[in-house]
Design a binder for this molecule. Structure first.
Ligand SMILES: Nc1nc2c(ncn2[C@@H]2O[C@H](COP(=O)(O)OP(=O)(O)OP(=O)(O)O)[C@@H](O)[C@H]2O)c(=O)[nH]1
Length: 228
C-alpha cells in the first residue's frame, strides 16, 4: 500500500544519546511520553488515507484513488502542554470486505476519527451504522469525533454542515468539517484528540478535566470555522 508503516518509536533526549523506549519516561516533563492509538474509519473513498497523509506529511495525494487494503498505520509525535504525545494512527480500509480486519483493531483504539464525505450522501447516511459498529466493538470510553471531509468541494457538496452538526449532536460527539486537500481543520482534529488522550492518561491532580467538545467548539469559533 502507498503509506509506508513505521514502527518502534524511540524518544531521544538529544543530549547524550540516551534513548527511552516504550513506557513513559519520568526524567523531566519535556520527556514525558503519552502513547495513544487513533483509528480512522468510514466508508471507502471518504478520504481517510489522504487525511492521514495531510496530517503527517502536509501533502495531498492527488490523482487516482487507490483503496487501502486491510489496515496500515503511521506514527506522529505531537507536543501537547510540554508532553510528547505519540499518536499511532491506524488507517483502515473502508471497503466492506475488510470489515472483519477493522473489527479486530477497534478494541485497542483510544480514539476514532469517523469520516464521511460531504460530496457523498451515502457515506453520511452510513455514519449511523458506523456508530453502531463502534458501540459494538470499541472500548466503552473511546473518544469519537465526526469529520465531514472534502469540505473544499463546494460545487459537489450534497451534505450541509448543519446536517453534520445535527447528527453529531444527536450522538453527543464533537464535529468539524475537514479537507485533506486544503488542510482545513486537519491539524485541529488531531490536536483535539491528542489533548483529550493526554489529559486522560497524564492529568495532574489539580488540573481541571479537559472538555473536548468545548475545546473544539471554541477553536472553531475563534477560527470562524475554517482554518488550515
Ligand atoms: N476534493 C477532495 N478530495 C479528497 C479529499 N480527501 C480525499 N480526496 C480524494 O478522495 C479519494 C479517496 O481518498 P482516500 O484517502 O484514498 O480514501 P479512503 O477513505 O482512504 O478510502 P479507502 O482506502 O478505500 O477506505 C481520492 O481520490 C482523494 O484524492 C479532500 O479533502 N478533498
Amino acid at each position: 500500500h502507498r503509506v509506508q508503516s513505521e514502527q518502534n518509536f524511540v524518544l531521544s533526549d538529544g543530549k547524550n544519546g540516551n534513548k527511552h523506549c516504550g513506557s513513559p519516561p519520568s526524567l523531566s516533563s519535556s520527556l514525558r511520553l503519552s502513547v495513544s492509538q487513533v483509528m480512522l474509519v468510514g466508508d471507502s473513498g471518504v478520504g481517510k488515507t489522504c487525511l492521514l497523509v495531510r496530517f503527517k506529511d502536509g501533502a495531498f495525494l492527488a490523482g487516482s484513488f487507490i483503496s487501502t487494503v486491510g489496515i496500515d498505520f503511521r506514527n506522529k509525535v505531537m507536543s501537547i502542554d510540554a508532553v510528547k504525545v505519540k499518536l499511532q494512527i491506524w488507517d483502515t480500509a473502508g471497503q466492506e470486505r475488510f470489515r472483519s480486519v477493522t473489527h479486530a483493531y477497534y478494541r485497542d483504539a483510544n480514539a476514532l476519527l469517523l469520516l464521511y464525505d460531504v460530496t457523498n450522501k451515502a457515506s453520511f447516511d452510513n455514519i449511523r451504522a458506523w456508530l453502531t459498529e463502534i458501540h459494538e466493538y470499541a472500548q466503552q470510553d473511546v473518544v469519537v469525533m465526526l469529520l465531514g471531509n472534502k469540505a473544499d468541494s463546494t460545487h459537489d457538496r450534497v451534505v450541509k454542515r448543519e446536517e453534520g452538526e445535527k447528527l453529531a449532536k444527536e450522538f453527543g460527539v464533537p464535529f468539524m468539517e475537514t479537507s485533506a486537500k486544503s488542510g482545513l481543520n486537519v491539524e485541529l482534529a488531531f490536536t483535539a484528540v491528542a489533548k483529550e488522550l493526554k489529559h486522560r492518561t497524564m492529568k495532574e491532580p489539580d488540573e481541571p478535566k479537559f472538555q473536548l467538545k468545548e475545546y473544539v467548539d471554541k477553536e472553531m469559533r475563534t477560527a470562524g470555522c475554517c482554518r488550515s
